[in-house]
Structure formats: C-alpha cells, structure tokens
Write a protein that binds this ligand. Structure first.
Ligand SMILES: Nc1ncnc2c1ncn2[C@@H]1O[C@H](COP(=O)(O)OP(=O)(O)O)[C@@H](O)[C@H]1O
Ligand SMILES: [Mg+2]
Length: 352
C-alpha cells in the first residue's frame, strides 16, 4: 500500500465535511493551522466559519483583525468568517430569569462541566442555523476539547438529576415557590424543557461528530517527546469517542537547509528527526503534514496564505547539500559574517 499523501488535501477533497476540529497543546500552532485550513477551505467551499473556543484567543492575532462572538467577515475574503467564543458560561446569554438561573447554578455546582456543555450547545445551535458549508474549530488545549466532546453524557447526568429532584419533591416544590412568592420565575418545567431541547441539539450534533463524512479532527504537534506522547493520548481518546482523525500536522520542523549552520540547530534537527520517524511509524495510515519552522511569526493574511502552500504541497528545503549553489551561499554567508565581525572590532577599537 502506498503511504498516505503528506498534505491536508484530503480535507479539501472531502466535500461533505461539516466540522473540522483542530487540536493540540498550547503554542504548537493550532490557531495558525486553523486559520490556514479555513483559508484553504474557503477556496473550495461555499462558506467557511472559523470558531475559536480557546480562552487564549489568538485568531485576532493571526489575522490581525479584531473578532467577537458574532461571525465577522475576514478582511480580503468574501466567504470566510471568524468568531471567538468564551467556553465559560455566559449567564445572561443562557438564562433570562433568576429562578432558573439559581437552579442552573445549583445544577452546575453539582455536575462539573454542565455549564460549559450548555454554552457549547447554545453556540452549536446558533451556528447550525447560519448555514455555513464547513466550520473549523480552533480548540483549546487537549484536555478541554475532550471534555466538550464528552458533553452529551454530562448533560444526560444533569437531566437525570433534575428529574430525580422533581419526582422526589414534586408538588412540594411548586407549592414552596408560590409560598415564597417566586411564582412563575422559578419554573422547573421551563428548566426541564430547556435541558430537553439542549439534549436534542446535542444528540443531533453528536451523531454528526461521529460521522467521519461530516467530521474530522486534525492533531497539531511539534517533533518533541512530550508532543508525541500527547498526540498519542489524543488519538486514543478520539477513537474512544468515535471521532474520526486521520491527519497529523507536525509544525516547527527544522529542515536540512543551507541556512542551518549552527551547531544548536543541527542538534535540534537530529532530535526532531528521531521523533518524526516515530510519528511515521506509529501513524503510517495517517496523512502527516510537516511544516517548516520559520524565522518569523505567521501573522496576517499574506503570511498565512504564503504558509498555506506547505499544507497542500510537501515543503521542499530550498537547496540540497553539497551543490555549487549551496557552497556559494555558504561562502557569501561567511563573508557577511566576517564583515560584521570586522566592523564590530573597528568600533570597539575606536571606543578605546
Ligand atoms: N512554523 C512556524 N514558524 C514560526 N512561527 C510559527 C510557526 N507556527 C506558528 N508560529 C507562531 O507561533 C505562535 C504560536 O502559534 P499559534 O498558532 O498561535 O499556536 P496555538 O494556537 O497552538 O497556541 C504564533 O505567534 C505563530 O505565528
Ligand atoms: Mg491558539
């Protein structure tokens, strides 16, 4: 069998794809990769929305444009939108009345994760009505994402709890509320309705998440031991949740290039090679895309577009070692270094 192609082209070709999750540890390049994947999808799909659910939002940094919790058109595009949402509960968005509010907070205290699950469900409900062809999630670091994907069972627990309370206290509860003048404000039927509606949305979305034609998860990592380890954990968790994952992006790879002269970089490069080989061994049926470590950050639409080339065509180091071109370049590099050192020496001498 041929090894899978080392690009993300497979994602662009999957024309029914609706949800693309991009995840991995902080700082590995999730936002950069989500932005680029969004840009690439916008060239083949009708409309694309990128959503950041990472509390450390940086879609705004990547695109150099301010985003809010409502979808905003990305400058320079006609069909690419972005939004940043807070995964923490926003009470005024979720509940409109105090009785329910206190009921919710009681619930959320007893079942960690319900508040987050609810706000995620609210967001998904909203997004579903907007009819984007495909939605890219720039997710929060690993643990957090997986918690959100667990939310159907979390909500289920919440619902059971409410039902149990209801059957235990039944009429007593409504009598008490009338007695204390809470009246309609504290309406447990409304609460149950709410949870039921949420559950409906969540069930629907969850079925979509488990359909590999509609959903895929892209793991972003760097070629280091910890990241390899984290990726393996993530891949296994995703399998447990039955979420498709067949793309790994290895970011910040130091390629064997003419500019790599320093001993430090060479040492890092051989360390990286060791882990990259392990990635290939462990994930021989995955599309593994390697991205070069750049000298500068990937900031702004132009830089992102430039960087996106590496997602659809494997990066080629600019020169191969030992060629005339490489030697010429090395000589000129050394010449300029010599020049710098000489002028520094001159300045030092004058200063004495
Ligand atoms: N291959 C790369 N070369 C150089 N800088 C990069 C590369 N990938 C990402 N960066 C920069 O590293 C920083 C962190 O990347 P980001 O995508 O925000 O990571 P995350 O979202 O995983 O925290 C950003 O400033 C980004 O521009
Ligand atoms: Mg980020």
């Amino acid at each position: 069998m041929d090894a899978p192609e080392q690009t993300v082209s497979n994602i662009l070709e999957q024309d029914k794809l609706k949800w693309v999750f991009v995840g991995g540890k902080g700082g590995v390049g999730k936002t950069t990769c989500s932005s680029v994947i969004g840009i690439l999808l916008a060239s083949v799909r009708q409309s694309v929305l990128i959503i950041s659910t990472d509390p450390a939002h940086n879609l705004s940094d990547a695109f150099q444009q301010r985003f809010t919790k409502t979808p905003t058109l990305v400058n320079g595009f006609t069909n690419l939108f972005a939004m940043e949402v807070d995964p923490k509960v926003e009470n005024d968005d979720i509940t409109s009345n105090d009785g329910i509010n206190s009921y919710i907070s009681e619930l959320t205290d007893s079942i960690p994760g319900v508040d987050e699950a609810m706000s995620f469900a609210e967001m998904l409900k909203l997004v579903q009505t907007m009819n984007y062809s495909v939605i890219v999630f720039d997710t929060a670091p690993t643990g957090h994402t997986l918690r959100l994907l667990q939310f159907p069972s979390t909500l289920e627990k919440g619902l059971e709890k409410v039902m149990a309370l209801r059957s235990r206290f039944g009429g007593l509860l409504s009598q008490a509320t009338r007695l204390f003048g809470l009246g309609d404000e504290f309406n447990e039927d409304a609460m149950v309705d709410r949870l039921e509606t949420m559950r409906g949305i969540i069930e629907k979305v969850n079925n979509q998440f488990k359909d590999p034609d509609l959903t895929t998860f892209v793991c972003v990592c760097i070629p280091e031991f910890l990241s390899l380890y984290e990726t393996e954990r993530l891949v296994q968790e995703l399998a447990k949740f039955e979420i498709d994952c067949h793309n790994i992006i290895i970011n910040q790879v130091i390629f064997d290039e003419e500019v790599v002269q320093s001993k430090l970089l060479k040492a890092r490069m051989s360390m990286q090679k060791k882990y990259i080989n392990q990635f290939y061994m462990l994930y021989d049926d995955f599309h593994i895309t390697k991205l070069p470590l750049l000298q500068e950050e990937v900031c702004g639409v132009e830089a992102l577009k430039q960087f996106s080339k590496n997602f659809i065509k494997p990066y080629q180091p600019s020169l191969t070692r030992g060629t005339v071109e490489e030697l010429e370049l090395r000589v000129s590099l050394l010449r300029s270094q010599l020049k710098e050192a000489e002028s520094e020496l001159q300045t030092k001498k004058k200063g004495k």
